[in-house]
Design a protein around this ligand. Structure first.
Ligand SMILES: C[S@@+](CC[C@H](N)C(=O)[O-])C[C@H]1O[C@@H](n2cnc3c(N)ncnc32)[C@H](O)[C@@H]1O
Length: 416
């Protein structure tokens, strides 16, 4: 059992810093009845329920005792007052062996999604027993929460045809991939589906952006980076750092003791490592992680976040987390695009200097897409101020003159 628990905990840690206990807390808020299996006894009960049900209803589905892919799965269940299991299902996270019904979703489709930087998972091994107080549909918000917390953005499910309409009705982010002839020896045939878990911006947008973002720094970016760098001191954390383009501006600043960059995108992270290797400062590092899951070894003296807030799924939660990672009197430099941003004008203005840069076309295209994303959280000043106040920060200064008035910078302090 220790093996199951340590294997799944280790697998999750590759993608996110969240622990199974923290995931359980989040799950309980969505549905207090749902538990994540962690003990040997719980797992045995899950396997017993699966075996009993599948032997009866899906005789051709072989799900004996713990299988390799269970080691990569978060196994969920509900139980009654006597601790008898009433339902179960699992979220199998993508792993070197792939998903269990991999070919049903189309191998090329999955490979393409993986190449684009998507984190895949499969929802399966579901049993809803007679005494269950929750239906299979009630597992959907739980799965969505788990997925968002560990960065899964596509969940695949191979389910009975008769459930398809109910899933489509419950989850607007679900789509049918294909109907199949598979029936596992039962009277049901099965349909392959994909659940697209929402995030304001998809990870692959940032991944695609990374290379041209590294090689191009416009005059607008450099002015903002320089100004932010001049405000920072002590142990610094850069949240949504991209490829750590701020680091070169901090390199010779003797007010800086250490610099930690945090970014969720794999490509930004890799290029960030390249940037930091080039700079060669021993206290400068980058971590691939979601801001809201970053765990500081000690509190930071100052934090900075440049043009990242507009893409956060839950800005209040992220700001609260940033507040908690700062020392008392710690400074937070927050810059984000505002509704005055005129991306077309900005790109036009920088074109004269960058026209022959090999990455400029890509840079232009991606910036236009990012700025036109209808999901972007582009806040007017009063809403931004109200958001930072709610998170407990004191506002020391506001500047709205960056990027031709399209970026607002707020200087915040943590006062206990
Ligand atoms: C436009 S880039 C800005 C990069 C950098 N701050 C700069 O100005 O040079 C936005 C970055 O925020 C990151 N990001 C967005 N939401 C994030 C989150 N919740 N946790 C970690 N990184 C995030 C993206 O991966 C992306 O690299």
């Amino acid at each position: 059992m220790k093996t199951y628990y340590s294997k799944i905990a280790k697998h999750i840690r590759k993608h996110s810093k969240i622990s199974i206990e923290e995931l359980q807390e989040l799950v309980s808020k969505v549905n207090p009845l749902v538990k994540i299996a962690t003990t040997e006894k719980e797992l045995e009960k899950v396997f017993f329920l699966r075996e009993k049900t599948y032997a009866r209803y899906y005789p051709d589905l072989k799900v004996g005792s713990i299988k390799d892919d269970d080691y990569y799965s978060l196994i969920l269940f509900t139980e009654d007052e006597t601790e008898k299991l009433t339902s179960t299902c699992r979220l199998l996270l993508d792993n070197p062996k792939g998903l269990s019904e991999e070919k049903q979703y189309g191998n090329n489709h999955l490979q393409q999604l993986r190449k684009e930087g998507n984190f895949l998972a499969e929802w399966g091994r579901a049993v809803i027993g007679r005494g269950s107080k929750i239906s299979i549909m009630e597992y959907i918000p739980v799965l969505e929460t788990i997925a968002q917390s560990i960065g899964v953005n596509k969940i695949f499910v191979f389910n009975r045809d008769c459930d398809v309409q109910r899933i489509l009705g419950k989850a607007s982010f679900a789509e049918v991939i294909k109907k199949t002839e598979e029936n596992f020896g039962s009277k049901h045939t099965f349909t392959a589906m994909q659940l697209n878990v929402s995030s304001r911006y998809e990870v692959n947008e940032w991944n695609e952006y990374a290379s041209s973002f590294l090689t191009i720094t416009t005059c607008y970016q450099s002015e903002l980076l320089k100004y932010c760098a001049s405000l920072l001191f002590g142990n610094v954390v850069d949240l949504g750092s991209g490829c750590a383009k701020l680091a070169p501006y901090l390199k010779n600043n003797n007010k800086i003791y250490s610099y930690k960059a945090v970014d969720a995108s794999q490509q930004m992270y890799e290029l960030g490592q390249y940037v930091l290797n080039k700079i060669g400062k021993k206290n400068f590092s980058i971590e691939k992680n979601y801001i809201e899951q970053h765990k500081a070894n000690k509190k930071y003296s100052s934090a900075v976040s440049i043009n990242s807030l507009y893409s956060w799924n839950n800005p209040a939660k992220v700001l609260q987390h940033i507040f908690n990672m700062l020392e008392d009197k710690g400074l937070f430099v927050l810059a984000t695009i505002n509704p005055n941003l005129d991306m077309k004008k900005l790109l036009n203005n920088v074109e004269v200097d960058l026209l022959f840069h090999p990455d400029f076309d890509k840079f232009q295209k991606i910036n236009t897409c990012l700025a036109n994303n209808n999901n972007a959280n582009i806040l007017p000043l009063d809403e931004l101020l109200s958001l930072v106040h709610t998170s407990g920060f004191t506002v020391l200064d506001v500047r709205s003159d960056f990027y031709e008035k399209g970026v607002t910078l707020v200087l915040l302090e943590k006062n206990m």
